[in-house]
Design a protein around this ligand. Structure first.
Ligand code: PEP
Ligand code: MG
Length: 589
């Protein structure tokens, strides 16, 4: 049912990439693919049905190969090419392909129905996984199956690269093969029914700086091709067929946003330095190499958190030492002379490796995760460490371990690191023997003994996402307790202060790389608490820099000191908001 004729239909989704645009809707695939009908086959037709299925799989491979060749030819999107390669591999997947053929033969059903059944089973498995990031990787299965289904049903898979006019793309979901073809300027934005902050599409949208709103549930049912749409990628607001009055209002807002971006952009050349000369290093967080240009363009002075999990996802095998080395070398060369901090694999528990069977856990967030997993699987860990060490001679590379909970764990990690160095020495391979080692402080026990840990490492990086999760006992993926996730909780502020003081007493640097660092109001407190560096997404860097350049360090210290006296997060929040309003009346009114 469409809502043609009505104006100003407002929908609210998850804004994952900021920016405002007004444009015509272009529906990709006309929304969700219709469910294929069930068809019972006479035994005589089964062999032909298998042949028809195999041809659809081959056609799907040919189409993906064509997209890949075009991307290679254009010299674009190496990271996307890897995802397309992963999709090509999935089309060889025994579970998907062989099981579909088995289902056709055993159940005597049509290929469309068979693949749908197999896909449902695989999908159900993905849906049981708590981790949002991994769960969204399940959508890769959907993309692959949709492509095969379209070929079975004789539908054309539309290439986004073929779109001629400037449009806002509306889709149930977008496959990485689709987003990889997007070009800023032609694609004014995109809107999808499903998805979250960490879906591929969201990550790519941010790195291409295309406004995007995902998780709109049923936008494909509400929009007709050619409808006028307004997209506000910051608030997550979408307006279908806006009235002239609303269009004018949003044109004005868009102008203001572009002016604001221009003003912010002007900050990229300047250091993140307070009015009284305290210099902070603002760095970027990445999951993929492709995010680097945007980070540098926003004035990032290095990478404060490279989440290397991405290297392990969407594939059947584990990355080799050489693969690790090549990717890290590329990153460090691009980012040098600024530093790059590579975080070793933070997976296990609620995140899983498709390459390994892991036992289900009752409390996965407190289970075999991150450094615990790596210490249990030293070969996987050492392979990554050797790759990092080899890349360390090509620039300013540092390494940090996630989820450290005590000194012994840290020492074990360092021992394996020494073994990795020894192996490289024996192989005659160059590396930086003095590579800096850091510990992420994100477990309360580590925070409490920060003074002891500080003696063992070169720097600390506070992972506030997990530190808050564990300190306040709030599952970070559970929407029912999300209201308790308060970065300004007095306990959180005291813990952070304790960690910073311990680091500085031991003369080591300390940064924050959790989401808290990217919010100017929280960053003001972090500045006042004495943090040396803050790491965040590209778009936050300039906003935080503007805040830093507008305040004295002595004032920020006073504000942080005063904030530590309050009893509740609400009181701290009110106090900080007042301080921000005073300094930035146009943004905090
Ligand atoms: C954190 O916990 O704050 C952090 C930066 O790591 P992640 O979000 O990847 O767990
Ligand atoms: Mg963490």
């Amino acid at each position: 049912m469409t809502e043609q004729g009505r104006t100003d239909i407002v929908l609210k989704g998850i804004g994952v990439s900021p920016g405002i645009n007004i444009g015509r809707a272009h529906l990709v695939d006309g929304g969700r693919l219709e469910t294929p009908a069930y068809c019972y086959l006479d035994s005589a037709y089964v062999a032909d049905e298998v042949k028809r299925f195999r041809k659809a799989v081959q056609d799907s491979k040919d189409q993906l190969q064509k997209i890949k060749n075009k991307l290679l030819h254009d010299g674009r999107g190496k990271e996307h090419i890897r995802i397309i390669d992963a999709h090509l591999l999935m089309l060889e997947d025994r579970m998907l392909i062989d099981d579909t053929i088995k289902t056709i033969k055993k159940e005597k059903v049509n290929a469309e129905w068979a693949i749908k059944m197999v896909m449902k089973e695989i999908r159900e498995f993905f849906d049981t996984i708590d981790d949002e990031y991994i769960r969204e990787r399940g959508s890769d299965i959907d993309h692959i199956c949709d492509r095969v289904l379209k070929n079975l049903m004789g539908k054309k898979h539309e290439a986004i690269a073929d779109i001629k006019e400037e449009v806002i793309i509306v889709a149930h979901d977008l496959a990485p093969a689709d987003t990889a073809q997007m070009v800023k300027g032609k694609v004014l934005g995109f809107l999808t029914d499903i998805g979250g902050k960490t879906s591929h599409t969201a990550i790519v949208a941010r790195s291409l700086e295309i406004p995007a709103v995902v998780g709109l549930e049923n936008i494909t049912q509400k929009v007709n091709a050619g409808d006028i749409l307004i997209i506000d990628g910051l608030s997550g607001m979408v307006i279908i067929n806006p009235s002239q009055k609303v269009v004018r209002e949003y044109e004005k807002k868009k102008g203001q946003y572009l002016d604001y971006e221009k003003v912010l952009h002007h900050y990229r050349k300047f250091p993140a330095e307070t009015l009284d000369g305290r210099r902070i290093r603002l760095m970027g967080n990445i999951e993929m190499v492709e995010e680097i240009p945007s980070l540098l363009d926003h004035g990032a002075e290095g990478i404060g958190l490279y989440r290397t999990e991405f290297l392990y996802l969407n594939r059947k095998d584990l990355p080799t030492e050489d693969e690790h080395f090549k990717v890290y070398k590329k990153v460090v060369e691009r980012v040098s002379p600024h530093p790059t901090i590579i975080r070793t694999l933070d997976i296990g528990g609620d995140k899983f490796l498709s390459q390994m069977e892991l036992a289900p856990e009752m409390n996965p967030a407190m289970g075999l995760r991150a450094i615990r997993f790596c210490l249990k699987e030293p070969d996987i860990f050492k392979t990554q460490l050797k790759g990092i060490l080899r890349a360390s001679v090509f620039g300013n590379l540092k390494i940090m371990f996630p989820m450290i909970s005590g000194v012994e764990e840290l020492r074990k990690a360092k021992t394996i690191m020494e073994e990795a160095k020894e192996e490289l020495r024996n192989e005659g391979v160059a590396f930086n023997p003095k590579i800096f080692i850091g510990a992420m402080i994100e477990v309360p026990s580590a925070a409490v003994i920060a003074d002891l840990l500080a003696k063992e490492v070169d720097f600390f990086s506070i992972g506030t996402n997990d530190l808050l999760q564990y300190s306040l006992a709030i599952d970070r993926v559970n929407e029912h307790v999300a209201y308790l996730y308060e970065p300004l909780h007095p306990a959180a502020l005291r813990i952070i202060k304790h960690i910073v003081d311990a680091a500085h007493n031991a003369n080591i640097a300390v940064g924050v790389c959790g989401e808290m660092a990217g919010e100017p109001d929280y960053a003001m407190i972090l500045l006042g608490l004495g943090l040396d560096q803050l790491s965040m997404n590209a778009l936050s860097i300039l906003k935080v820099k503007k805040m830093i350049r507008s305040i004295k360090y002595s004032e920020a210290r006073e504000i942080a000191k005063a904030a530590l006296v309050f009893s509740t997060a609400q009181e701290v929040e009110r106090f900080i908001m007042d301080a921000m309003k005073k300094r930035f009346p146009e943004e905090y009114s």
